[in-house]
Design a protein. Sequence first.
Length: 367
Amino acid sequence: MNIATLISGGVDSAVAVHLLREQGHRPDLFYIRIGMDTDDGLSCTAEEDIELATATARKYGLKLEIIDLHQEYWERVVSYTLDKVRRGLTPNPDVMCNKLIKFGCFDEKVGHAYDKIATGHYASTTEIDGRTWLSTAKDPVKDQTDFLAQINYLQVSRLLFPLGNYLKEEVRQIALDARLPSARRKDSQGICFLGKINYNDFIRRFLGERPGAIIELETGRKLGTHRGFWFHTIGQRKGLGLSGGPWFVVDKNIEENIIYVSHGYDTEKQYGHQFRLEDFHFITDNPWQPVGHTPSDGQADHLSHEVRFKIRHTDTFQRGFITSDPQGKGYLIRSDERIQGIAPGQFGVIYDADARLCIGSGEIRLR
């Protein structure tokens, strides 16, 4: 089997390479460069990553190639991020990077020549009736299926996740036992500008500042001034600069550039019980569509189905029910449990009732 493996310089992808070699495979290794070569402080320094990736390739006698996708990354992922932020929504660049860059542009340039593409993601796949389903990892804390919930069937059917059946501490121990070059390296913080680049500095560079009022929702009292609504997201607690907290962002008025906050950890204003998902994307199939019915039939979608879901990267799968929106605007998710910090623009990720199969995802909307 001809395998391409994406390697980042971190411990997870290095262990993925190690496990593939133990299984007798000789994958070709690829490092994707996405940082811009600029001198304005907004580029990712990839030197250490490439050094460790090179050392891993050398240890196993494998070929390593650097694929430059920085232009595509900035045209597709960064532009998406800035557009969402400018409109007062909460983007998820990690999700779009996986969909458009790692398993999009890479496949167009190189990956299409391989039978399988392996990564160090904590995820797995399950075969059911000849169809491949994205599935959760053994380690619920490290599970990354929510970051993969926008990939398509062609992509998931060709992916290998060597770490899917391992806990993080087991992966770290494998790296130490195998004396991998990155064995003691700290985990990364996600995509490029969430690592060495300060997120607010990044947003400020492109959108600037626009001072506005911070208002207590319950009283209408002005508590302070923010530097622009795009620096804040629903559910945010840190970075408000308010005394006597905790204060949470519970709403935003984009037209008037107002941030609304509420006080206390248990304020009901930061919780909800339902949200809507627009442009829902099924990774493999719609599991609630009866055989013989087409989406135009509309019959299955009006039923309520028990699911598990996530609205941010967490180890918790909340219980809820999915139904079609009566107004035809996607799907409604309802839960008897309180849902904290429902942020429009983020992806709501839907799983089956056992939190095993990742069904797909859509963009969160409240109105």
